[in-house]
Design a binder for this molecule. Structure first.
Ligand SMILES: Nc1ncnc2c1ncn2[C@@H]1O[C@H](COP(=O)(O)OP(=O)(O)OP(=O)(O)O)[C@@H](O)[C@H]1O
Length: 942
C-alpha cells in the first residue's frame, strides 16, 4: 500500500503545480488556459536543448527555461488573450486549445528528438533511493525538495510583496484595482508569466519520470489531472488546489495498483470533476460574462453562401469521378468531420457552449451503427441506431450541463472525451480491439469502392446541412439564441430552458453520430484510434475557423484543417503554419474565414443582379430613424447624503422613445386577450413568510404579501432592502429558504419561472436588456412561443405552423405598440425607453394576469417615465392585469398604485395607501432618513 501512496504523492506534486498555474490564470483572466501544459512542455524542450545541445549547466538552464516559459505565457496573454477580451469566453478557450497545439509543435521543433523521458536531462546532485519497493529517482527527489520551496516562495510573493498583492487585487477586482492605481492589465500578464514558469518547473521534473512516453502524454491528459485539483478548489484557492492534486495523484496510483488501468483512471477523473463542479454550481455560471456574440452572418451573405454551396455540390460530386480512391477516402473523412462540425455549430454557434466531447459521440454513433448493421444486415437501421445512441449519450452528458456552463461544461466534456477514448469506446460491445465495418448497400449495389462511398458521404453531408439549417433558422434556433443571449429573460417569457437545451444537445449528438457513421463505415476496420479525444478539439477548431455563424463553415474548416493535411504531406513546419493560421483566424476574425468569403460572394452576386435589374429596384428601403443608443441603465446610486430618493432625477431628454410623452395613450393600442385572467380563491398572489439569506446577509427575512386580482401595488424601500430578491422569489428565479408562494390559489413555490410565466405570473427586469442580438420582431416571436411553441421535430422537418401564428402575433404587437419602425433593429441598439416598450410588448404577448415590474422607469427620461406609468395604468384598467411594481420614483408610483408596501432590511415595514406609507414613521426613518421635510419634497401623490 505504501508504494501507491508514495508514488501518488510524487505525481500529485506535479499535478498540483499545474493546478496552481491554472488557478492563477483563471483568477486573472476568467478562463481556462488549455495551453498551460504545453507552455510547460516548451520550457522542458528549451532545457533539454540548452543542456544537451548547448552544454549549459543543468541548474543554470533550469531557471532559464522557466523564464522562457514565463515569457511565452506572458506573450500569450498579451498577444492573444487580451485581444479576445469582450468576446465570448468560449472563444478564449478555443484560442488556447489552438495555442496548446502550436506551442507543442514549437516544443518539438526546439527539441527535435522529442521529449523522451529516457534521454531527458535529470537533475544532477539529487539523491536516488528506494522507499518501500519504490525506486525514487533524482527527478522525484528534486520535485519533493523544490516543489514546496517553489510553492512557499509563490505564496510569500503573492501575500507579502507589493507586486504580489497587486497581482491578487488585479485578478480579483480589476476595476477597483485600476481605480486604486494598480495597473490591472500588467498584473494579469504577470500572473500569466508566473503560471508559465510554474508549468515549466513541473514539466522539467516530470518528463524524466515518464519513461519512453512521448510528448502527447503531457497534453490534455496531464492538464486534466491539474484541472481536477483546480476545480476542487473552485478555481480560487491555490493551497486547496495543490492539496486536491496530491489526493488525485494518490487516488490515481491506488486505482492503477488495483488494475483499473488508464481507462479506469480517466473514468474516475471524469466523475471526480463532474461531482466537484456539480456541488459548486457557481463555477458553472458564466462568471458575470455578458458575452458579446456576433450576430449570425446577415441574410444576403448567407444567401450568397447557399449559392456558393449550390455550385460547390456538383463540383464535389463530380470530383468522385476524377480523383483516386485514396483521395476519395481523404475526402470522405473531410465529409465526416464536416458533419461532426455541424454538431459543434449547434452547441457552440447556436447555444454558445463549448463541448469538447462531440467526437466521442461520433465514436459511440459509429460503434453502435457498426454492430447493429452487422447484426441486422441493414446499414440504414445501423445508421439510425447509431445516431439515436449518440443523441442519447449527448443528452446524458448534457443533463449535468443544465447546471454547468462555460468553463465547467468545457472541463466536463474534455474529461468525458478522454474517458471515452481510454475506457468507454474500448468496451467490447462498442469498439473493443476493433470492429470490421459493413458497407452500405444501395439498391443492391454495395458501396465498397472508396469513390462510391465518398458520394454516399457527400449525400449524408447534404442531409446533415439541411437538418442543421432547419434547426438554426426557424423558431427552434431563435429560442436557443434567446437562451444564449439572456437566459433569465427567456425563462421569464416562458421558454422551457432545460428542455430546449437538452434538445440542442440531443440534436447535436445525433449529427455527431451521423458523422461517426460516415467515418466508421468508410473504413475497413474501426478502432478507438479512429475517434481520438484530440479530434474533439480539432472539430471545434475547424468549425470556428470556417465560421460559427455560417452553415457551410464546418465544410470550409474541414477542407482546410482535415483535407489539407490528409491530401498533402505537410511536415512539422507545415503543421505549425497551419495551426498558427487557424489560431490567427480565431483571434482576428470573429466570423471565421467563411464570413468574409460569403460577403464577397454576396457582393459579387449583388453586382451581377444589379447589372440586370431595373433602376427602381436598386433603391434601398429608407431605414427607420435611429434612436441614439444609450448605455444600459445603472441603478441610481443612493447614499445617506441623498435624502431625496423619491424625486426622480432628470433623465437625458435626448432619449428617443417609442412612447411619445405627450400622447402615450394615443400611440399604443393594447392587445386584446384571448385567454381569460386567472383567478382562484383568495388573493391572486400570496407570499407567506418567505425568507432568503445569502451567506450572512438576510436579503428577505419573512415577508408576507398579498396582491388581489386587478390590484396595483407598489413596493418601495432603500437600496438593499430586499425588493429584487423578493421579486426573484415570487417569479421563481430564487428558491426561498422558508415560506410559500401561492398564485391563483395554487402553491407555486417549487415551480420554475417558465411554469409560473405560463400560469400568468410574469416578471420584467430592472435593466430591460431583453435579447441584445435578436431584433424586436424576433424577441416578440420568442414571446409568441408561449402560445405557439416550435417543437424539435417540427423544426427539423420544416413545419411552418407555429411560425405563422407567432408572426401574426408579433406583427399585431409591433403595430399596437408603435414599434413597426424598429421591428428589424437589434434590441441591443435601442434606447432604454424603446427597449422597455419592446419588453412590455413581449410581456403582454404572454397574456399575464399579474405583472411583476422591477423599476420600470429606471433609465428612461422623466417624461417617458410618466408616459410609461400612464400606459401601465391602462394595462391594469383595460386588460385587468394586476401589477406589483418596484419603483424608486414615488410620484410616478403614486400615479399608478392604490396601495404601497415599504421594505427595509428584508422586512415589510409598512403597508397601506401611498399617503399612509409615505408618512409612516418607520418609512421616514428607514427609507427617507429622519428628515420629514424630505418626505414632502419627494412629491405628494396627486
Ligand atoms: N445573489 C446574491 N448573493 C449575495 N448577496 C445578494 C444576492 N442578491 C442580493 N444580495 C444581497 O441581498 C440584499 C438585498 O438585495 P436586493 O437586490 O434584493 O435589494 P433591493 O431592495 O432590490 O435593492 P436595489 O434597490 O438596490 O435594487 C443586499 O444586501 C444584496 O447585496
Amino acid at each position: 500500500m505504501i508504494d501507491p501512496i508514495v508514488l501518488g504523492l510524487f505525481t500529485g506534486l506535479t499535478y498540483g503545480l499545474l493546478a496552481v498555474g491554472l488557478v492563477l490564470v483563471y483568477r486573472s483572466s476568467r478562463f481556462l488556459n488549455f495551453a498551460h501544459g504545453s507552455v510547460g512542455v516548451f520550457g522542458a524542450a528549451v532545457l533539454s536543448q540548452l543542456v544537451t545541445g548547448a552544454g549549459v549547466p543543468y541548474w543554470l538552464a533550469f531557471p532559464l527555461a522557466m523564464a522562457v516559459s514565463a515569457g511565452v505565457s506572458a506573450l500569450i496573454e498579451v498577444a492573444v488573450v487580451r485581444r479576445l477580451r469582450g468576446r465570448p469566453g468560449v472563444t478564449g478557450m478555443i484560442a488556447t486549445l489552438g495555442l496548446s497545439q502550436f506551442v507543442l509543435i514549437l516544443a518539438l521543433l526546439v527539441s527535435s528528438q522529442g521529449l523522451n523521458g529516457l534521454t531527458f536531462p535529470k537533475p544532477p546532485g539529487m539523491p536516488s533511493f528506494t522507499l518501500g519497493r519504490t525506486p525514487i529517482g533524482p527527478a522525484f527527489t528534486a520535485m519533493a525538495l523544490l516543489a514546496p520551496l517553489l510553492l512557499g516562495g509563490l505564496a510569500l510573493f503573492l501575500r507579502r510583496t507589493r507586486f504580489g498583492l497587486a497581482v491578487r487585487a488585479g485578478a480579483d477586482a480589476p476595476d477597483t484595482a485600476q481605480l486604486n492605481g494598480i495597473p490591472a492589465a500588467r498584473m494579469t500578464t504577470l500572473a500569466w508569466a508566473l503560471a508559465g514558469a510554474v508549468a515549466a518547473f513541473s514539466a522539467i521534473l516530470v518528463t524524466p519520470t515518464q519513461g519512453a512516453q512521448s510528448i502527447d502524454t503531457l497534453g490534455p491528459e496531464l492538464l486534466l489531472r491539474g484541472l481536477a485539483g483546480a476545480v476542487a478548489a473552485r478555481m480560487a484557492s491555490l493551497p486547496i488546489a495543490f492539496a486536491a492534486c496530491l489526493a488525485v495523484g494518490v487516488g490515481e496510483q491506488a486505482l492503477l495498483s488495483m488494475g483499473a488501468g488508464r481507462g479506469g483512471v480517466s473514468l474516475a477523473l471524469a466523475l471526480f470533476i463532474l461531482v466537484a463542479l456539480l456541488v459548486q454550481p457557481q463555477l458553472g455560471r458564466r462568471d458575470g460574462e455578458q458575452a458579446r456574440w456576433p450576430r449570425a452572418v446577415p441574410a444576403p451573405a448567407s444567401r450568397a453562401g447557399r449559392t456558393l454551396a449550390g455550385l460547390a455540390l456538383p463540383a464535389a460530386a463530380g470530383a468522385a469521378y476524377l480523383v483516386s480512391n485514396e483521395t476519395a477516402s481523404a475526402l470522405t473523412t473531410v465529409a465526416g468531420f464536416a458533419v461532426v462540425g455541424l454538431s459543434v455549430l449547434l452547441v457552440t454557434g447556436l447555444a454558445g457552449e463549448l463541448s469538447l466531447g462531440q467526437f466521442a459521440f461520433a465514436g459511440i454513433g459509429a460503434a453502435v451503427s457498426l454492430h447493429v448493421a452487422a447484426t441486422t444486415g441493414n446499414f440504414f437501421t445501423g445508421a439510425v441506431a447509431g445516431c439515436a445512441a449518440a443523441a442519447g449519450s449527448a443528452v446524458l452528458v448534457g443533463l449535468p450541463a443544465l447546471r454547468l456552463r462555460g468553463l465547467a461544461l468545457a472541463a466536463t466534456t474534455l474529461a468525458f472525451a478522454l474517458a471515452a477514448e481510454a475506457w468507454l469506446l474500448r468496451l467490447p460491445w462498442l469498439l473493443g480491439d476493433g470492429v470490421s465495418a459493413p458497407k452500405p448497400v444501395w439498391t443492391g449495389y454495395a458501396l465498397v469502392l472508396a469513390k462510391d462511398y465518398y458520394l454516399f458521404a457527400l449525400l449524408m453531408l447534404v442531409l446533415a446541412l439541411w437538418l442543421a439549417h432547419r434547426l438554426r433558422s426557424g423558431g427552434f434556433g431563435r429560442v436557443v439564441l434567446a437562451l444564449r443571449d439572456n437566459e433569465d429573460a427567456a425563462r421569464a417569457l416562458g421558454v422551457p430552458a432545460p428542455r430546449r437545451k437538452l434538445q440542442v444537445y440531443g440534436a447535436a449528438g445525433a449529427l455527431a453520430g451521423l458523422g461517426g457513421v460516415v467515418i466508421g463505415h468508410g473504413q475497413t476496420q474501426v478502432t478507438v484510434n479512429s475517434f481520438p479525444a484530440a479530434a474533439g478539439i480539432d472539430v471545434v477548431a475547424l468549425t470556428v475557423v470556417g465560421g460559427l455563424g455560417l452553415l457551410g463553415g464546418s465544410v470550409l474548416g474541414a477542407l482546410l484543417l482535415v483535407g489539407l493535411p490528409g491530401l498533402v504531406e505537410l511536415g512539422i513546419f507545415g503543421q505549425a503554419a497551419l495551426t498558427l493560421g487557424w489560431l490567427l483566424v480565431v483571434v482576428v476574425m470573429p466570423g471565421g474565414l467563411g464570413e468574409p468569403l460569403a460577403r464577397l460572394v454576396g457582393r459579387l452576386s449583388g453586382q451581377a443582379r444589379r447589372l440586370g435589374a431595373p433602376v427602381a429596384d436598386l433603391q434601398p428601403p429608407a431605414p427607420p430613424p435611429m434612436p441614439a443608443p444609450d448605455p444600459l441603465p445603472r441603478r441610481r446610486p443612493r447614499t445617506d447624503a441623498d435624502p431625496h430618493p423619491a424625486t426622480a432625477l432628470p433623465q437625458p431628454s435626448a432619449v428617443v422613445s417609442a412612447l411619445p410623452p405627450s400622447s402615450p395613450t394615443v400611440a399604443v393600442t393594447l392587445p386584446r386577450r384571448t385567454s381569460p385572467l386567472v383567478a382562484g380563491p383568495g388573493p391572486l398572489l400570496e407570499a407567506r413568510g418567505v425568507a432568503r439569506a445569502f451567506g450572512g446577509v438576510q436579503a428577505v427575512g419573512g415577508v408576507d404579501l398579498a396582491v388581489g386580482p386587478g390590484e396595483v401595488v407598489g413596493i418601495i424601500g432603500p437600496n438593499g432592502a430586499g425588493k429584487t430578491t423578493l421579486f426573484e422569489i415570487l417569479a421563481g428565479f430564487t428558491r426561498p429558504d422558508q415560506g410559500q408562494v401561492a398564485f391563483a390559489g395554487r402553491d407555486v413555490t417549487g415551480l420554475s419561472p417558465q411554469r409560473r410565466a405560463g400560469l400568468g405570473l410574469v416578471r420584467s427586469f430592472q435593466d430591460a436588456r431583453l435579447f441584445p442580438i435578436l431584433t424586436v420582431r424576433e424577441s416578440l416571436l420568442v414571446a409568441g412561443e408561449r402560445h405557439a411553441p416550435t417543437g424539435l421535430l417540427t423544426a427539423a422537418l420544416g413545419g411552418h405552423g407555429p411560425q405563422r401564428r407567432q408572426e401574426a402575433l408579433a406583427d399585431n404587437l409591433l403595430d399596437l405598440f408603435g414599434l413597426a419602425a424598429y421591428a428589424d433593429r437589434q434590441v441591443g441598439e435601442l434606447s432604454t425607453g424603446t427597449r422597455r416598450t419592446a419588453e412590455l410588448a413581449c410581456l403582454l404577448a404572454l397574456e399575464p394576469s399579474l405583472l411583476l415590474l422591477d423599476e420600470p422607469s429606471s433609465g428612461v427620461s422623466q417624461a417617458d417615465g410618466v408616459a410609461l406609468a400612464d400606459l401601465l395604468a391602462r394595462v391594469n384598467r383595460e386588460l385587468g392585469v394586476a401589477l406589483l411594481v418596484i419603483e424608486h420614483d414615488l410620484p410616478l408610483l403614486s400615479r399608478l398604485a392604490g396601495r404601497m408596501v415599504a421594505m427595509d432590511a428584508g422586512r415589510v415595514i409598512a403597508d397601506g395607501t401611498p399617503d399612509q406609507v409615505r408618512t409612516h414613521p418607520a418609512v421616514v426613518g428607514a427609507y427617507l432618513g429622519t428628515d420629514a421635510a424630505a418626505v414632502h419634497r419627494s412629491g405628494a401623490p396627486v
